[in-house]
Design a protein around this ligand. Structure first.
Ligand code: PFF
Length: 453
């Protein structure tokens, strides 16, 4: 079977941007920013994106384009010994992330529909009513149903293939996300509360960073990897479909730049909405954006319409990310297990759907999976990939990066050394802190939940 390739360069870039821009930017980013002290977190996060995210995305690109294989096969081809098995981690991570990602994406679909059929007023009489509405959407049959619908769409796109599935889908979805988001930000600007919201968002308090660095650091690293879809082989897989040698650094710059810009613009949308409704970004966690925004959408002018556009836009963004996760696992089954695309995508998709079911029953499973995947698995994946490129195959990686760019001279050496020392150090510390936090969660919140059974 001939391996598929992207039809166009734009197709590849849009697919990567579509993967990067998702729930991470819109659902996770504002509440993590709120939890970690507002703009102080934003600053550390931006630094991480530039210093760690950009070189790290190149790491995945060179591995993918060099081998033209799925992540498991790619590491097996380039490495030896233990490296033969590392790729498995990515398949498992993909499984875990997509299982809860799809549940959360389903909530956005449901909220879009609520806006269309009933409006948000019923859920906004009081914060309690908003919480009750969220509870009814987030768990139970509704949640299960929309999780199923979302996974069915994801499977459909991946079953259709790289060109006729992913590429066509992202060419529609990514421009739609950008247009809707810019429109929403312009609307946010017209609200009276925007000045106060921008001030909260844009004036970092350095004291907060110094006091809370043990939680800001892993949160910023985790968020940087999560938002760029790094650490689980998405960018390896997407780069493996590149037919010719292009300038990978340029593509990476466009992708990282767009993802970051969109995350920052999301802040200009969400925070004015919250402040306009007299709410301040707290540490409400996963449900916060739903609870506070339903209140906001009944307070602000044309709120119902704005709400439908907002929740719908997030649903699209989640879809363009979810397909990239399913593609990693599907490409593994196609390359390594000789399965056809349609049965591969369908069987894995159904298995992922099943794994997500506990999240639709109790939200404690969302934390259990999200914290584990994000603060541990992705960071571990990124660490292993950096060690691999930095220390095991640096020459080959550099050679691959130079294709389509030309001799990089010192820049190439600098890239390898950035991967070798600072990236590995920061990622390692983040992994350590992430594991500590996760063990804390298991022995604390999760243990309490179990004890209450
Ligand atoms: N980057 C996506 C987001 O920000 O929502 C999430 C994601 C996709 C994470 C793919 C990891 C991944 F492999």
């Amino acid at each position: 079977m001939v391996r598929e390739t992207w039809a166009t360069r734009v197709g590849f870039i849009l697919a990567a941007v579509g993967s990067a821009v998702g729930l991470g930017n819109i659902w996770r980013f504002p509440f993590v920013t709120g939890q970690e002290g507002g703009s102080a977190f934003l600053l550390v996060y931006l630094l991480f994106i530039a210093l760690i995210g950009f070189p790290a995305i190149l790491v995945e690109f060179v591995i993918g384009r060099r081998t033209k294989l799925n992540p498991v096969g790619a590491l097996r081809e380039l490495g030896s010994g233990l490296w033969n098995h590392v790729g498995w981690l990515f398949v498992i991570t993909g499984f875990v992330i997509l299982s809860y990602y799809s549940v959360v994406a389903g909530w956005f679909l449901r909220y879009t529909l609520i806006g269309i059929t009933d409006g948000y007023a019923a859920g906004a009489a009081s914060p309690e009513a908003a919480g009750a509405l969220f509870g009814s959407v987030a768990t139970g049959l509704d949640s299960l149903l929309f999780h199923a619908i979302f996974m069915a769409i994801v499977i459909g796109i991946i079953a259709a293939g790289v060109r006729s599935g992913i590429e066509i889908a992202v060419k529609v979805m990514v421009p739609a996300i950008v247009v809707l988001l810019v429109g929403l930000a312009a609307y946010g600007f017209t609200l009276d509360a925007s000045t106060e919201a921008y001030a909260y968002y844009l004036s970092p308090d350095f004291g907060v960073i110094l006091e809370n660095w043990t939680s800001i650091l892993p949160a910023a690293a985790g968020q940087a990897f999560f938002t760029l879809s790094l650490g689980m082989g998405v960018m390896i897989t997407y780069a493996s479909y590149l037919g010719e040698d292009r300038n990978l650094a340029e593509d990476a710059g466009v992708i990282v730049g767009l993802d970051t810009l969109i995350a920052v613009v999301v802040g200009f949308v969400v925070f004015p909405f919250l402040f306009a409704a007299g709410l301040s970004p707290g540490d409400g966690g996963a449900g916060e954006i739903f609870v506070s925004l339903t209140v906001a959408f009944t307070e602000i002018p044309a709120g119902r319409f704005i709400g439908v556009v907002f929740f719908g836009m997030v649903g699209i963004a989640a879809l363009s990310s979810a397909i990239s996760i399913l593609e990693v696992v599907t490409s593994y089954l196609i390359d390594e297990r000789d399965l056809d695309r349609v049965p591969a995508a369908a069987s894995i998709g159904v298995a992922i759907f099943l794994l997500g079911i506990p999240v639709t029953i109790d939200l404690v499973f969302l934390d259990l999976l999200d914290k584990f995947a994000d603060d541990v698995l992705l960071v571990l994946g990124a660490l292993l990939l950096s060690v691999f490129v930095g220390w095991v195959v640096p020459e080959l990686a550099r050679d691959e990066l130079e294709k389509g760019i030309g001799d990089l001279g010192r820049l190439g050496t600098a890239w390898i050394w950035i991967v070798r020392i600072p990236i590995i150090a920061v990622v390692f510390i983040s992994l350590y802190l992430g594991v500590v936090e996760y063990v804390d969660f298991l022995t604390d919140d999760f243990a309490a939940w179990l004890a209450a059974r």
